[in-house]
Design a protein around this ligand. Structure first.
Ligand code: HEC
Length: 131
């Protein structure tokens, strides 16, 4: 049931996203629906359970890892802005390579972040080389 409703909400998101040909808007929509319940609307994370994306040195310093984290999830220790987290992020396999580009480019410019944009080629090759 849970996965059915996930499939349905992804379908809805895709439908909504199709109405916006602006890639930033599409990225924002995916973020809101697939990431914000953990990383929060403002990208600030959740206490010591979920690391932030807003102002996050991890996102700034490891652009090649972000796509793999979205596609495959993440577990084990990670240090973000000097704070150690050890949680578990589930994979978000429903996003295509192209949609991942848009989510990353949203994150890289949202909440005052000013990290360079990523291209489709960069994300595609990162995804082919996930550890
Ligand atoms: C169910 C909760 C959950 C969802 C949904 C989720 N994450 Fe995460 N995310 C986490 C947790 C927990 C970690 C830290 C994992 C660890 O400690 O190894 C994390 C780590 C990360 C990191 C690396 C650390 C950092 O903060 O820079 C990035 C980047 C990230 N998530 C992006 C995303 C994006 C983008 C989405 C949506 C496509 C998403 N996450 C959805 C819980 C979640």
């Amino acid at each position: 049931m849970k996965s059915l409703s996930i499939v349905f909400s992804v379908f809805l998101v895709a439908l909504l996203a199709a109405c916006h040909d602006n890639p930033y808007k599409q990225g924002e929509l995916y973020y809101t629906n697939l990431c914000a319940n953990c990383h929060m609307e403002d990208g600030g994370g959740l206490e010591l359970l979920v690391p932030p994306l807003a102002g996050a040195d991890f996102v700034r310093d490891h652009p090649e890892k972000v796509a793999c984290i979205i596609r495959h999830g993440m577990s084990g220790k990670v240090v973000v802005n000097g704070i150690e987290y050890e949680g578990e992020m589930p994979a978000v396999p429903e996003l295509t390579d192209f949609e991942i580009v848009n989510v990353i480019n949203f994150i890289n410019k949202a909440w005052g972040n000013d990290y360079p944009p990523v291209t489709y080629e960069q994300v595609k090759s990162a995804l082919e080389n996930c550890e």
